[in-house]
Design a protein around this ligand. Structure first.
Ligand SMILES: Nc1ncnc2c1ncn2[C@@H]1O[C@H](COP(=O)(O)OP(=O)(O)O)[C@@H](O)[C@H]1O
Ligand SMILES: [Mg+2]
Length: 366
């Protein structure tokens, strides 16, 4: 087992930095979900850890040891590739047994591991089929199994459930999380799905355009997003953003919006004024931090119901506020009235949950 640490890692192709000064620390036994839009560099981060891509700058440590010059085969890492390649002339069983035979494990041990894996990945009826006799999702499970049977020091999984249907994906991610906990093998799990990342990761690292914006627990990422990008990327429906201007009046700091003003608590005001690069900020409110009422209340803002989207026990309400469309979300059984499209209603921002970002840098300043 091993910890993983990347330090100032830069990867360059054709004079372009595709990973920019990446730093990431993953503890021994931790499951880190690496999430970000397609093309942001997730696969490259895995390749750097595996030793398949060499950074032009920076260091990679496994278990505290610098491994920049250690070849991939000597890093004891098992990787599930995004574009997985199975041995076409081997059945599922043979695909899984092959690396174990190569590692000279005893026959009984190989059989026990392969059988356990076939149950775990729900592949029992498909053990004697060749890859071409399997669906895309089943082939992917063979690829996952081939990495997992090895029990390396580190697992790297590149979108390992990408080819599964929605139901299988949700079922498999819980099973993978349980297996990872039981085995305690340090794992980096790549996905472009923020819901999956939040669900599976002990730690979530959010990437964009070759940089890591933030790495932290799922709760930290959600409750205190470090940048505008993270705030908008994590959470469904997305956080609502509104432009605002810092404005001090006597002892009180306000954030002014044409339709309302937010009184900033003194403790937060200090940090905002110390870090803001100008008066221009962006306020963020999660959909669950907007309240609706039929009648005007203190600090409420008149608005109109634009669209209703029921989601199981929740209702997502789109609201028209001048040019902006805001989304609020509430448990259906906690709404005091049944909103109708076109209805005039009043919204209130729960100010204590406001997120404030610098408009120029996109950094959190609250
Ligand atoms: N071998 C390569 N040569 C040139 N550019 C590459 C190479 N591998 C990856 N890239 C570029 O690096 C960026 C990150 O790629 P990748 O890590 O595969 O993204 P992700 O896995 O997040 O979708 C992309 O813009 C991609 O085109
Ligand atoms: Mg990729």
């Amino acid at each position: 087992m091993a910890s993983i640490r990347l330090e100032n890692v830069t990867v360059r192709f054709d004079h372009q930095d595709v990973l920019k000064d990446i730093g990431l620390a993953i503890d021994d036994g931790e499951l880190c979900a690496l999430v970000g839009p397609s093309g942001c560099g997730k696969t490259l981060v895995l390749r750097v850890i595996a030793g398949l891509t060499h950074p032009v700058e920076g260091n990679v440590y496994l278990d505290g040891q610098l491994v920049n010059d250690v070849p991939p085969g000597e890093r004891d890492i098992a990787m599930v590739f995004q574009r997985f390649a199975l041995y076409p002339y081997m059945t599922t069983r043979e695909n899984w047994a092959f690396p174990l035979i190569a590692a000279r494990l005893p026959h009984e041990e190989i059989e026990a591991r392969v059988n356990a894996m076939s149950e775990f990945l729900m592949m029992e009826p498909l053990m004697d089929r060749y890859p071409k006799q399997l669906s895309g999702g089943q082939q992917q499970r063979v690829a996952v199994g081939r990495a997992l049977v090895r029990r390396a020091k580190v697992f790297l999984m590149d979108e390992p459930l990408g080819s599964q249907d929605a139901k299988m994906r949700v079922e498999m991610r819980a099973k993978l999380k349980k297996l990872q906990m039981d085995l305690g093998i340090t794992t980096v799990y790549v996905t472009h799905d923020q819901v999956e990342a939040q669900a599976i990761g002990d730690k979530v690292a959010v990437m964009e355009a070759g940089t890591i914006h933030q790495a932290g627990s799922p709760e930290e990422i959600y409750d205190k997003p470090a940048t505008l990008f993270v705030a908008g990327f994590v959470g469904t429906p997305r956080m609502n953003f509104l432009d605002g201007t810092l404005h001090r009046e006597g002892g009180q700091l306000y954030i002014d919006h044409p339709l309302f003003r937010l009184a900033v608590p003194p403790a937060t005001a200090q940090s905002i004024e110390a870090t803001a690069s100008s008066q221009e900020v962006i306020m963020g409110f999660r959909p669950e931090h907007i309240k609706l009422s039929v009648t005007a209340e203190a600090d409420s803002i008149p608005t109109e119901v634009y669209v209703l989207e029921p989601q199981s026990n929740k209702l997502v309400v789109s609201l028209k506020l001048d040019e902006d469309i805001l989304k609020m979300q509430a448990d259906r059984n906690r709404l005091t009235f049944e909103p109708q499209v076109g209805q005039k209603v009043f919204l209130t921002f729960e100010q204590e949950f406001a997120h404030v970002f610098d408009q120029n840098t996109g950094q959190r300043i609250s």
